[in-house]
Design a protein around this ligand. Structure first.
Ligand SMILES: *[C@@H]1O[C@H](CO)[C@@H](O)[C@H](O)[C@H]1NC(C)=O
Ligand SMILES: *[C@@H]1O[C@H](CO)[C@@H](O)[C@H](O)[C@H]1NC(C)=O
Ligand SMILES: *[C@@H]1O[C@H](CO)[C@@H](O)[C@H](O)[C@H]1NC(C)=O
Length: 433
């Protein structure tokens, strides 16, 4: 069914296609300068026709010539594998996925301050393997004017949104117009995680820590005191995780390819907790040193032993999916050993083991065994200058520093999330490839 629709009304765009590169380039340049999208609607060319309302009349002339372009937007603050999975599904509905990243100003006006800056969020979104193009500083609400920009300047065929209703301030459906002209497609929310959950995990550990005194410092450095507490922190404190890792999800996120015959395999390991822009940048740098990037992800136990029972914030499988969703990653080891052994280097034919200069404070690390002793002795170890100094701890600290704001926001969102889970029904998910 879907493919017919794709074929029928896409030819019309052939004529305007050449404009897209021109405007795409200008749009991004200006957007990177930090101007808001409202600026762009002002420079719209009257010369370019408003084609899309007439689509029904002009069907089945030629076969499709150019790729189907789909658009999806979001704040992507504290980006997680749920966002990645939504974009994966969106990509499956077209050929080219264009993602709008909502501006800092718009997030502040609609939800309160974002945890991550526009620049950090852009790095995260661009790092996803399903994303082809981004539009920086997208508006929070899809207005008619912005829809016009999407259809005419960005040559978007379909706007994609999740199955949660998106209402404008006047109570009307934000996507009504796109639906009316048959340019709207929906994907299902299936991920079992949200940014609200993650903020909740960080704050709820805070709450537990407060009641037993030393507050913030304790969250960031504390030693696991008993197994029950450690268990609680791993399940996100009082915040219940709805995530159920399946082998199918891992397959959907995987590239499914091993290294080529003469590929240089580069290995990097870490916790990759609260996957952030610093992770994307170091993975990119590591990938450039070879043809295949293998990423070792440490177990929850290893991390909580080194960093305290508040860590990790995301479980091993959640962290694995976030890393797998990154375009620079070829394969992950789910639960990698702390020490990189000679046997491991042989097993995976690793040519180079790397680490970044910016690391988390593993203050509880007692033994002084060098985890990289083997690669060092084999002469295959290299330290890479971390392009960004952001860490998981610094992201968590931003939330803790603004905890009053985030607590309030979370309390409000938690109500609608609870309702969502109570009313949730089985949905069939878009499969992708
Ligand atoms: C192992 O990696 C090297 C590159 O470092 C490559 O030349 C070699 O072909 C690989 N071996 C196999 C069996 O693929
Ligand atoms: C790491 O944590 C320890 C223990 O809390 C602290 O003394 C030290 O200053 C921290 N180091 C850095 C670089 O933050
Ligand atoms: C991290 O880098 C930014 C800019 O590159 C700088 O402003 C900031 O002070 C740095 N923070 C730390 C903790 O080094």
């Amino acid at each position: 069914m879907g493919s017919f629709e794709f074929e029928s009304n896409s030819w019309i765009w052939d004529g305007v296609y050449s404009y897209q590169h021109l405007f795409g380039g200008i749009m991004l340049t200006v957007a990177v300068l930090g101007l808001s999208t409202s600026y762009f609607s002002g420079i719209w060319m009257p010369g370019l026709p408003w084609f899309w309302p007439d689509l029904g009349v002009l069907q089945k002339k030629r076969r499709r010539k150019r790729p189907i372009r789909v658009y999806m937007d979001g704040c992507f603050d504290l980006m997680h594998y749920g966002h990645a999975n939504a974009l994966r599904q969106a990509k499956a509905l077209g050929d080219v996925l264009v993602v709008g990243v909502v501006s800092d100003e718009e997030i502040i006006a609609n939800k309160g301050p974002p945890v991550l800056s526009m620049e950090e969020r852009l790095v995260l979104v661009k790092g996803l393997k399903w994303v082809d193009e981004v539009i920086a500083n997208a508006p929070y609400e899809i207005t008619e004017q912005f829809m016009d920009t999407l259809f005419n300047e960005h040559n978007i065929d379909y706007i994609i949104h999740g199955d949660d209703p998106c209402l404008l301030p006047d109570g009307s459906d934000a996507y009504a117009l796109a639906k009316k002209v048959g340019r709207y497609k929906q994907i299902k929310r299936t991920e079992g995680v949200s940014s609200t959950d993650i903020v909740g995990r960080i704050l709820s550990f805070m709450k537990d820590a407060e009641s037993s005194d030393s507050g913030v410092n304790r969250m960031l450095t504390e030693q696991p005191q008993n197994s029950k507490q450690a268990e609680k922190s791993l399940s996100g404190g009082s915040q219940m995780s709805h995530f159920l890792p399946t082998s199918r999800r891992i397959v959907q996120f995987s590239n499914g390819k091993g290294p080529g015959p003469n590929a240089r395999v580069v290995y990097i390991d870490g916790a990759f907790d609260l996957f952030h822009a610093g992770h994307v940048e170091i993975l990119k740098k590591a990938r450039q040193l070879g043809e295949f990037l293998l990423v070792g992800i440490h177990t929850d136990q290893t991390i909580s032993e080194h960093r305290g029972s508040g860590h990790p914030i995301m479980h091993l499988h959640e962290r694995s999916l976030s890393v797998l969703a990154c375009r620079y990653v070829d394969e992950v080891i789910i639960g990698a050993p702390w020490q990189v052994s000679k046997d491991m280097i042989t097993t995976f034919n690793i040519s180079l083991v790397v680490r970044g200069t910016i690391a988390e404070n593993n203050s509880l690390l007692k033994d002084d065994i060098d985890p990289y002793a083997a690669p060092k002795s084999m002469g295959v170890f290299q330290v890479l200058e971390s392009p960004k100094n952001i860490t998981t701890t610094s992201v968590a600290q931003r939330i803790i520093a603004n905890q009053a704001i985030y607590k309030k926001r979370n309390a409000k969102k938690a109500v609608s999330e609870k309702k969502y889970y109570e009313e949730k029904k089985f949905v069939h998910e878009t499969d992708g490839s």
